[in-house]
Design a protein around this ligand. Structure first.
Ligand SMILES: [Zn+2]
Ligand SMILES: [Zn+2]
Length: 96
């Protein structure tokens, strides 16, 4: 490989091809490969921890915070049931 400026021979130097005239080739071939940043996927496998917490008065211990989720029961014609699982005593209250 030759220098486009002075036609001298390029020599590898500090990871780049350099010429004695001061020319530095910058075509990227010898530079560090860019690290690919992978998208961090949020895996929601933990059941309770992944559920949103809302204010709910527990019927058991009167704790005022519960995990909340909904589930469609039987056919889709029926309204979803709401579930509240107490963050303290794990009592599940259901609300249709
Ligand atoms: Zn040169
Ligand atoms: Zn409770």
């Amino acid at each position: 490989m030759f220098c486009p400026r002075c036609s001298g021979l390029l020599m590898p130097n500090e990871g780049k091809m350099k010429c004695s005239c001061g020319y530095v080739q910058n075509d990227g071939t010898l530079t560090e490969k860019k690290k690919k940043t992978k998208d961090v996927q949020v895996v929601q496998e933990k059941f309770d921890e992944s559920l949103p917490k809302i204010k709910h008065d527990c019927s058991e211990c009167k704790n005022r915070e519960a995990y909340f989720w909904t589930r469609q029961m039987r056919s889709s014609d029926e309204p979803e049931s709401k579930f509240y699982k107490c963050t303290k005593c794990s009592k599940i209250d259901r609300e249709d």
